[in-house]
Write a protein that binds this ligand. Structure first.
Ligand SMILES: Cc1ncc(C[n+]2csc(CCOP(=O)(O)OP(=O)(O)O)c2C)c(N)n1
Ligand code: SF4
Ligand SMILES: [Mg+2]
Length: 304
């Protein structure tokens, strides 16, 4: 008996959009690039929506906002946002963003990228950008693994958690990212999960308006790799876990917000302080030293 054949042609045809039927966030999302690459019930899409809502709430002119990312599932966010954006090489989002922010001080520059990108290969850039208080807004999507490349253990994988490179469980101590950010010099530090959309949106709005180095860690479900390998269920099960395990503690001491495998997650706004940005510190210092001889950098007026 011959194998039954199935014609998938119909299901593979992407229907033409009906006239006037647009994505509700069309002005902020490059829907012409859809379908996107993210798996069903991944947390990244929800975070991108929160970013757009936070941007709208901040009142910033989208023409004066740019988004930079490195490589990874999270890094794809930059390409789907209808803003000036750049998908840089793995771990190098921060140097690119620094150049952009210093070259055009009128821009507010966000970096939206993964835990591996920001805290592993880009870790050195991270601590030095925070130390210098560069005017950047960092959104770190922490899914506890290098997702795009197959679920390897990364700098935030909790002890005991299973990853493709730690099949018996992770034995490397993970970073506590809010503590790393604060101790390196960040002026705004918060942590939320992909479940806390309203609070996350407010945090993004606040961070976008904050001069200096702001950092938001967002714990996000990766059902395809991290959750599957650890038998934690679907993305929805992960969200349920966040619902039951997250405790809001604004102003918590960042030394005490480590994340242990499948234990409580402390979230909230931990740090919000004022300090001169890199540019302000440079201008004040050189003005004092050089007086009238010092001419602060101004973007050349090239008609744009
Ligand atoms: C210099 C360099 N090293 C390694 C890679 C391979 N690589 C691409 S994405 C990725 C992991 C990304 O992990 P993360 O930043 O946590 O993002 P996620 O995919 O988890 O969202 C790696 C190692 C690369 N593209 N370039
Ligand atoms: S592999 Fe994980 S992080 Fe990447 S899109 Fe799929 S669910 Fe999301
Ligand atoms: Mg990751």
């Amino acid at each position: 008996m011959s194998e039954p054949t199935t014609d998938y042609t119909d299901t593979l045809t992407i229907p033409e959009p009906k006239e006037n039927l647009k994505h509700p966030l069309e002005s902020y999302i490059r829907s012409e690039r859809f379908p996107h690459i993210w798996c069903s019930s991944c947390g990244i899409g929800t975070i991108v929506t929160a970013y757009i809502s936070g941007l709208q709430k901040s009142g910033l002119d989208p023409e004066k906002v740019a988004v930079v990312s490195g490589i990874g599932c999270s890094g794809r966010a930059a390409g789907y946002l209808r803003l000036d954006s750049f998908h840089s090489t793995h771990g190098r989002a921060l140097p690119f963003a620094t150049g952009l922010a210093l070259g055009n001080p009128e821009l507010k520059v966000s970096v939206i990228s993964g835990d591996g990108d920001i805290a592993a290969i880009g870790g050195n850039h991270f601590i030095h950008s925070a130390r210098r208080n560069i005017d950047l807004n960092i959104i770190c999507i922490n899914n506890f693994n290098y997702a795009m490349t197959g679920g390897q253990a990364g700098p935030t994988t909790p002890l005991e958690a299973n990853a493709s490179t730690t099949p018996y469980g992770c034995y490397e101590y993970p970073f506590n990212l809010p503590f790393l950010a604060e101790s390196s010099g960040a002026v705004y530090v918060a942590r939320w999960t992909a479940l806390h959309i309203r609070r996350l949106t407010n945090a993004i709005s606040e961070a976008l308006q904050k001069p200096g180095f702001s950092f938001i860690e967002i714990i996000s479900p990766c059902p395809t790799l991290y959750a599957r390998r650890n038998r934690l269920g679907t993305g929805l099960d992960t969200m349920k876990f966040y619902h039951d395990s997250a405790t809001i503690q604004h102003g918590a001491d960042t030394r005490e917000v480590d994340i242990e495998y499948q234990k409580k997650i402390i979230v909230g706004k931990f740090v919000d302080k004022d300090k001169p940005t890199f540019t302000e510190a440079r201008d004040t210092f050189l003005n004092k030293k050089l007086g009238d001889q010092y001419v602060p950098y101004r973007r050349p007026n090239n008609g744009h």
